[in-house]
Design a protein around this ligand. Structure first.
Ligand SMILES: [Cu+2]
Length: 218
């Protein structure tokens, strides 16, 4: 199955929830034990402090548990990351050009656009660069971000599985009008896209739903 953008976004969200959830649980355990010890070992109950030397079980537990947690976080994060790095053979290249202060897109046949129109279900390899300073090509709904560097080309994979309009912004402060450096990505049916990219005369219909932050499963 094509690793669609919903899957990738879900992978990012899942690992985020797992990390925050683990943090909350660990925080509560640490604070809980601290409060318990304040109560249990106060001066009234234990007037004389006693030193404890070595506890192998405890040391094994506090080494193995965090290592397992961190490895698991890495594994899930890596799995999500690799989805965005592997380039399928049928990926369609689209040049993404950042400049102060707008984005433009160039397709295989040379057609240019300031809105990123993409065919649904087609893996897209964005080839990202900049004409001046460093910008950041960022699509929040897809949970994907890649720096646009002058004189260099970086790539980013997109799997637009769901029709809709998505926000594109610049994530790297790049000067006076950085905040205005935004455009849209519009995912349209494949046949409409083919007509648009080849003739340019077919107007792509405005897609109703504006999905700026969420990439919900279909
Ligand atoms: Cu910018």
């Amino acid at each position: 199955m094509l690793p669609d953008v919903q899957n990738h976004a879900r992978a990012v969200d899942d690992i985020m929830r797992f990390i925050v959830g683990t943090d909350i649980v660990l925080f509560l355990i640490v604070i809980g034990i601290m409060l318990l010890f304040v109560f249990k070992y106060n001066k009234k109950r234990h007037p004389r402090a006693v030193n404890i030397h070595g506890n192998t079980t405890l040391e094994v537990v506090w080494t193995v548990v965090p290592v397992a947690l961190v490895l698991f976080m890495f594994y899930v994060g890596w799995e999500g990351y690799i989805q965005t790095r592997v380039v399928p053979k049928d990926a369609m290249p689209v040049k993404v050009i950042g400049r102060q202060w707008n984005w433009s897109f160039q397709y295989e046949n040379g057609k240019q656009s300031d809105t990123l129109y993409l065919p649904q279900g087609q893996p897209i390899k964005c080839l990202i660069t900049s004409l001046d300073v460093i910008h950041g090509f960022y699509i929040p709904a897809f949970r994907e971000k890649q720096d646009a560097l002058p004189d260099r080309v970086r790539y980013m994979m997109l799997y637009p599985e769901k029709l809709g309009t998505y926000e594109i912004t610049c994530s790297m402060y790049c000067g006076l009008n950085h905040a205005l450096m935004a455009t849209r990505m519009v995912v349209v049916p494949k046949d409409l896209f083919t007509k648009w990219v080849n003739t340019g005369v077919v107007s792509v219909p405005k897609v109703e739903s504006v999905d700026t932050t969420q990439a919900k499963g279909s």
